[in-house]
Design a protein around this ligand. Structure first.
Ligand code: PAF
Length: 288
């Protein structure tokens, strides 16, 4: 079922809440793939009602060309969701999300989580993400929010926002879904040229190699190795960063941190791919 307005969605969800039903929510920008499918499946397993929003949020794009070329595939998105079961698809217009006269800017201390990696290369991106996710949470008011590990910095920032603003929703993070060859599933993969698509597995292989090499190489040496390995004909690594998993600040040595993640962005032709791998984590830390 597709709902286009905030009023219609809230009417439906209020009825469900009145029955004591829990609501799982997966925000997306459409162009759905099995990675999104995993989030929605978990939402359905754990909640009475599942809502999936499909909204290409203009405020999080720092390049107009990126916004214009973002795939919009509502018909096939609907098909994929239908196969999974009963979900409410919320596909609002920009005027529904950002109505005139409503201040949707979010004032929150993100503790610097937004400054490095994606934040450094895509100025204003996370401001837009926080703005839209907060607005969608206000609209849906879900019991649980489902986001993917693939956007490591994004889910870390949203968790921080939830904590700081005491939003009564639990964030559930779902592991990265990969193709058989290891390439992380992404809406952008459809824009890869066939030869780049098969070569893009180098990103996953490099992350795995860093995990193996961390006993012999410093984080700095690992980054140098990764930048060189992914610098192929037509491929350009934008960054590899090895960071503390809590603060997202780059680390200098492996042993001073118990939770470490390696995040990267690599251009494959004109498609920007991001990926990450957890290098180290305390047993007690339950991510998923
Ligand atoms: O990860 C995405 O697809 C987007 O950043 C999100 C969370 C749906 C906000 O527009």
């Amino acid at each position: 079922m597709i709902v286009n307005t905030v009023a219609d969605l809230q009417k439906k969800l209020d009825k469900e809440r009145a029955k004591g039903h829990t609501i799982g929510f997966t925000p997306t920008m459409g162009a759905l793939h099995d990675g999104h499918g995993a989030l929605v499946k978990l939402s359905m397993e754990r909640n009475d009602v599942s809502v999936v929003s499909i909204f290409v949020n203009p405020t999080q794009f720092n390049e107009k060309t990126d916004l214009d070329s973002y795939p919009r595939t509502l018909k096939s998105d609907e098909k994929l969701l239908k196969k999974l079961g009963k979900v409410i698809i919320f596909a609002p217009s920009p005027a529904e999300v950002y109505p005139k006269g409503l201040d949707t800017n979010v004032k929150v201390d993100l503790g610097g989580l937004d400054l490095q990696m994606e934040g450094a290369f895509r100025p204003g991106h996370f401001e837009g993400v926080v703005q839209v996710v907060k607005r969608l949470l206000d609209i849906v008011n879900p019991t649980q929010l489902f986001m993917g590990q693939k956007d490591f910095q994004q889910f870390s920032i949203i968790q921080k926002m939830i904590d700081e603003l005491e939003v009564p929703t639990r964030l559930v993070v779902v592991p990265i879904q990969r193709q058989d060859d290891g390439l992380a599933m992404s809406s952008r993969n459809v824009r890869l040229l066939p030869e780049d698509k098969s070569r893009a597995v180098v990103i996953y292989k490099t992350l795995k190699a860093i995990k193996r090499k961390k006993s012999q190489l410093t984080p700095k040496e690992c980054i140098k190795y990764a930048m060189e390995r992914c610098d192929l004909d037509g491929f350009k690594p934008e960054y590899f960063d090895i960071a503390d998993g809590y603060t997202l600040k780059s680390i200098k040595s492996w042993d001073k941190h118990d939770y470490v993640v390696c995040c990267c962005a690599v251009w494959a032709g004109d498609v920007r791919l991001i990926d990450n791998m957890i290098m180290k984590k305390p047993r007690s830390l339950k991510l998923y």
